[in-house]
Design a protein around this ligand. Structure first.
Ligand SMILES: [Zn+2]
Length: 433
């Protein structure tokens, strides 16, 4: 089959791996891959489709490394509460009523928000994952999907949930033209007994998949872990063999220096969720120290009920700002580093290869921002503007795997009006139950 080849000309591009952080010029895409990026105009045949990139800033698609997207149905339902109260009194009772349909519409609502806001890859840890996979497949987005399992239940229910997690991971890994990959997820050390976590480690070994879990989100949870098991969560998970697999932990807010060293030594990656951590008053993760120790730190929104949007520009900005504020060092997380956390470190955190930068040979997941706006002027430094001035609303076009999924701010793959209507009625139905 003939390759679909096209070229963007006169665009500004983020190239974070070079000394220079942006270049003005050309980018060529063939099928799923970027094959050229540079200032020199490349030779292309006359059949090559040309897109004018003037007034656009192209950057890698954003990678959201932690979330529970169907929780968009509970956005605004329980705010301004501590994590355990919020979970036990607000979220869990409502989530227990979620049907597969609810998850389908909640996920669709989140996926459309994410795609239109420039997020091209998302991690989702939830239940009814077949629905999440169906939405991912349909939307054209890239998804790292995992059935998150809470093990506070009798052994037969535990076994059933584990089998479900394994079946999902097996069935969907590599599907949707490779856009869907899977992981294995015990929800957290405080929701899964140790022997149960060990079964997930075994499953991850058997399937050769990474592990994803929540870890050390709140001080209370760390304290409880010490009381219950005599160890802080990092040593606890290490003892259970979790870090013998490639592992991504969400939050990692409360860490000692020794724990940072253990994470670095095992190449455990971290999803930093500044918006969610601030909203639930969980604390501020030691991100500059983690990065300094060589840990890959990426960004996640967490579920839309604890954020409450899925705007990854906001997470980049928060990551850049709060660590300056907390450390008293304005150089703590520079704009370019925040942008890397939102893109290439995201791909690394999810153990995805060939993703997260604009360079020849990389997967063609990228977005274009409209720079013809007041808050993008003057045209001094687009990396700075993307982190300190932009928001999801500035995203004009989005491509995933070389295919355009958002054009002029409109999602081409999903029916937004229908999704908005169905999501609202799903919430109203849940309230009556
Ligand atoms: Zn979470």
């Amino acid at each position: 089959m003939r390759k679909h080849k096209w070229m963007i000309k006169n665009g500004s591009f983020a190239v974070l791996e070079n000394e220079k952080s942006t270049l003005r010029g050309y980018m060529v895409v063939e099928d799923h891959l970027i094959t050229y990026i540079g200032e020199e105009e490349p030779q292309v045949d006359e059949n090559t489709e040309i897109i004018d990139g003037t007034h656009l800033f192209f950057m890698p698609g954003l990678v959201n490394t932690h979330g529970h997207t169907a929780m968009s149905l509970l956005r605004g339902y329980g705010d301004d509460l501590a994590l355990q109260v919020w979970l036990q009194e607000k979220m869990w009772p409502m989530e227990a009523k979620f049907t597969a349909d609810d998850v389908y519409w909640g996920t669709s609502l989140s996926v459309i928000e994410m795609l239109k806001g420039g997020t091209t890859t998302f991690l989702d840890m939830y239940d009814h994952m077949d629905q999440v996979a169906a939405v991912t497949e349909q939307s054209g987005m890239r998804g790292v999907l995992t059935r998150g399992v809470i093990g506070l239940c009798p052994p037969d229910v535990q076994n059933h949930k584990l089998a479900e997690a394994i079946a999902f991971a097996k069935d969907w890994h590599g599907k949707a033209g490779g856009r869907i990959t899977t992981m294995i997820s015990p929800h957290a050390p405080y929701t899964c007994p140790p022997d149960y976590i060990e079964k997930f480690v075994q499953a991850a070994h058997d399937l050769d998949l990474p592990i994803h879990t929540h870890m050390s989100e709140t001080a209370a949870e760390v304290e409880q872990n010490v009381q219950d098991y005599g160890l802080r969560p990092v040593a606890h998970l290490q003892k259970l063999g979790v870090f013998s697999r490639p592992t991504l932990v969400a939050h990692a807010v409360h860490l000692t220096n020794e724990e940072i060293d253990i994470l670095a030594a095992h190449q455990v990656t971290v999803s930093h969720n500044p918006g969610s951590n601030l909203k639930l008053a969980s604390g501020v993760a030691r991100v500059p120290e983690l990065l300094k120790a060589g840990v890959t730190v990426s960004l996640g929104t967490d579920g839309p009920a604890s954020n409450n949007n899925l705007d990854m520009f906001e997470e980049m900005r928060l990551a850049a700002l709060i660590h300056k504020g907390v450390t008293g060092d304005p150089t703590a997380i520079p704009a370019a580093e925040a942008l890397r956390m939102g893109t290439v470190y995201g791909a690394k955190s999810l153990f995805l290869e060939g993703l997260g930068t604009l360079a020849a040979g990389m997967k063609a997941d990228f977005i274009a921002l409209n720079t013809d706006q007041a808050h993008f002027l003057p045209h001094t430094d687009f990396i700075s503007h993307a982190v300190y001035s932009a928001s999801a609303k500035d995203v004009e076009h989005v491509w995933v795997d070389g295919k355009q999924v958002v054009k002029n701010g409109v999602c081409l793959t999903l029916d937004e009006e229908k999704i908005r209507r169905e999501a609202q009625s799903a919430f109203e139905r849940l309230l009556t139950l």
